[in-house]
Design a protein around this ligand. Structure first.
Ligand code: CTP
Ligand code: MG
Length: 220
């Protein structure tokens, strides 16, 4: 019954995913998206799941890799890379997901959760996890300005799903941000938070890569 409802909701939707994999991995020490986890590159883990969950996938890569394996050439920042991907998404796409190549363990279920929220009327949807630390908002001089109520904070992940025309409009003036939902928010868009997944950790440092390899060995 619920499967039918899901299928009905998606009638007429064309779902495309942009995988951003054009970063330089400064904090890791090299482009981490091309490291191997169990015979497969980090980026390929993300692409494989996105292909199952979407009608089409655009992979945004550094120039050398894009030339070698096909794909779109990225930009100097994450937002610029998303825009390179957006330019390659067919105009008949109705929902666009943006996903970090650096999150190899995003599940198909998580893609479905964010897409369903958009099918149900949200402008965008993001996975969010409760924050365990107390978070301080500080000045550039490291002086605490305020302490937001932790129970109202979430740490957000990708994949993030959007109504296609709303995401395109949010990027129209070439803005910069660390994620796409904040650009849609800035335009007054309504973003829904779905349950994030601790396994969908972003690989930022060598320690994160050790964790990911341990996961695949069943050690975590
Ligand atoms: N990304 C991208 N183009 C950029 C910068 C980032 O496609 N110019 C991608 C990364 O490849 C990654 C995702 O955006 O999949 C999230 O970025 P992040 O984890 O910050 O990766 P890097 O920017 O590569 O790492 P760092 O910030 O440490 O340099
Ligand atoms: Mg970065």
């Amino acid at each position: 019954m619920s499967v039918n409802t899901l299928a009905t909701q998606r009638v007429g939707e064309k779902i495309w995913t942009i995988i951003v994999a054009a970063g330089s991995g400064a904090r890791f020490g090299s482009p981490k998206q091309f490291e191997m986890i169990n015979e497969r590159r980090v980026v390929d883990w993300a692409v494989e799941t996105a292909r199952v969950a979407s009608d089409g996938v655009i992979v945004v890569l550094p120039q050398a890799q894009a030339q070698r394996e096909g794909g779109v050439v990225g930009g100097a920042t994450r937002s610029a890379s998303v825009r390179s991907g957006l330019a390659a998404v067919p105009t008949d796409a109705t929902i666009i997901c943006v996903h970090d190549a650096a999150r190899p363990f995003a599940s198909e279920f998580l893609f479905h959760e964010v897409v369903d929220a958009v099918c149900n009327g949200a402008d965008g949807a993001v996975p969010g996890l409760p924050v365990v630390d107390t978070i301080k908002f500080i000045s550039i001089e490291n002086i605490v300005i305020s302490t937001p109520d932790r129970s109202r904070l979430v740490a957000v992940q990708t994949p993030q799903a959007f109504r296609a025309k709303i995401l395109r409009a949010a990027h129209a003036s070439n803005p910069e941000s660390t994620d796409d939902s904040s650009l849609v928010e800035a335009q007054g868009g309504r973003i829904v938070v779905v349950n994030g997944d601790p396994l969908n950790r972003k690989l930022t440092t060598p320690e994160d890569m050790n964790w990911a390899r341990a996961v695949t060995r069943g050690e975590v």
